[in-house]
Design a protein around this ligand. Structure first.
Ligand SMILES: [Zn+2]
Ligand SMILES: [Zn+2]
Length: 362
């Protein structure tokens, strides 16, 4: 049986998204049908619409979502209808080389639903990051559902992508420890989450760097102790000044640009860690850094995929911290919108007016 719902679809490269009727099948083996309650608008959705990720149009967008399981496939264990879940885009396989080495965060064979969701004429949709949650219902692999304690869906769903990537960049990839100094380059949704993660981990100096004063204000709200507008002052010097002239223990690049990675590289203390969580485009080249500086400064350069998170470990823990008032996820919800408003939300995101617009489904 198919369920007929409305979904936000990108029909072709660069074309505005539109609301289309989407047919969602009942869950088969290994699958779960989820009623979406809220789904954040992420840069990645815009990248899909612009054709930067693949040519697999039409895309069903949306991937930062929370909702309730409606039904599960016949062989699914450990997930029941009615469960409140956050969707994840890395359901680990448990059997690949990375999983067997005990590093499932690098799983090479993550999985998604096998049955396609389609347009009414039968055209299969490519769900964004294997999720496709700008729709009342979506079909995912059961492993993409992480059950968490009930919480405000608009806030909880953000853990499914950008906020988790940022928090994880600090606590997992950067291994920020109590007393550390941290510099975060770029204070959009992911960067602001990295600041919140650094605070959770006990960093005592957190320097936020951006070119937009509004974002620097948000950065203070989530835990930055110092702010630097890098359009007006040299961020490397400013980080040194804030850290007793040493540089930061951990420098997090949350923009995805070579010149910013270069700043992060030099803003670290000797033997400090650089974390790259901003996503570069395929044309960008690694910044020109003298090899002697790479060797001589020591430390580590670490890309961070999805914040090196393990959804089953991290989502419930972060929801607990949210419910205890120790992680202000509400701060990341700049506005709630309807599913017809995604195109305007892309524009507001482009102008830097929001941390997250979140689509809510009645
Ligand atoms: Zn695996
Ligand atoms: Zn995302």
């Amino acid at each position: 049986m198919y369920h007929e719902v409305q979904g936000v679809v990108a029909l072709g490269r660069g074309r505005p998204v539109s609301l289309e009727t989407v047919l969602v099948p009942d869950p088969g083996p290994g699958e779960a049908l989820v009623r979406v309650q809220a789904c954040g608008v992420c840069h990645t959705d815009l990248h899909y619409r612009e054709g930067n990720i693949s040519d697999g149009f039409p895309f069903l967008l949306g991937h930062e979502a929370a909702g309730e399981v409606v039904d599960v496939g016949p062989d699914v264990r450990g997930l029941r209808p009615g469960a409140f879940v956050i969707l994840n885009w890395r359901a680990v396989c448990g059997t690949c080389r990375a999983c067997r080495k005990g590093k499932p965060q690098y799983c090479f064979a993550t999985f998604n639903a096998t049955q396609p969701m389609t347009l009414t004429d039968g055209t299969p949709l490519s769900p964004a990051l294997g999720i496709g949650a700008f729709a009342d219902l979506t079909l995912v692999a059961a492993g993409q559902c992480t059950e968490v304690p009930r919480a405000r869906p608009e806030a909880a769903g953000l853990l499914g992508c950008g906020v988790m990537a940022g928090i994880g960049a600090a606590i997992h990839t950067g291994e920020v420890a109590p007393g550390d100094s941290v510099a975060v380059f770029g204070c959009g949704g992911v960067g602001a989450a990295a600041i919140a993660g650094a605070r959770l981990a006990g960093a005592t100096t957190i320097v936020a760097i951006d070119i937009d004063d509004r974002k620097l204000e948000w950065a203070r709200t989530v835990g930055a102790t110092h702010t630097v507008n890098s359009s007006r002052e040299d961020p490397v010097e400013a980080v040194r000044a804030a850290t007793g002239s040493f540089g930061a223990d951990v420098a997090i690049e949350a923009v995805g640009r070579p010149e910013v990675l270069q700043q992060a590289f030099y803003a670290r203390d000797l033997a400090g860690t650089v974390v790259q969580v901003g996503v570069p485009n395929p044309q960008m080249m690694f910044p020109p850094v003298p090899m002697i500086d790479f060797f001589g400064r020591g430390g580590a350069l670490k890309p961070s995929w999805y914040g090196d998170c393990l959804p089953a470990r991290d989502f419930p823990m972060l929801i607990d911290l949210y419910r205890q008032g120790r992680l202000d996820l509400d701060h990341f919800v700049s506005e709630t919108i309807g599913s017809g408003d995604v195109e305007e939300a892309f524009a507001r995101m482009g102008r830097g007016e929001v941390l997250r617009s979140v689509v809510v489904f009645p």
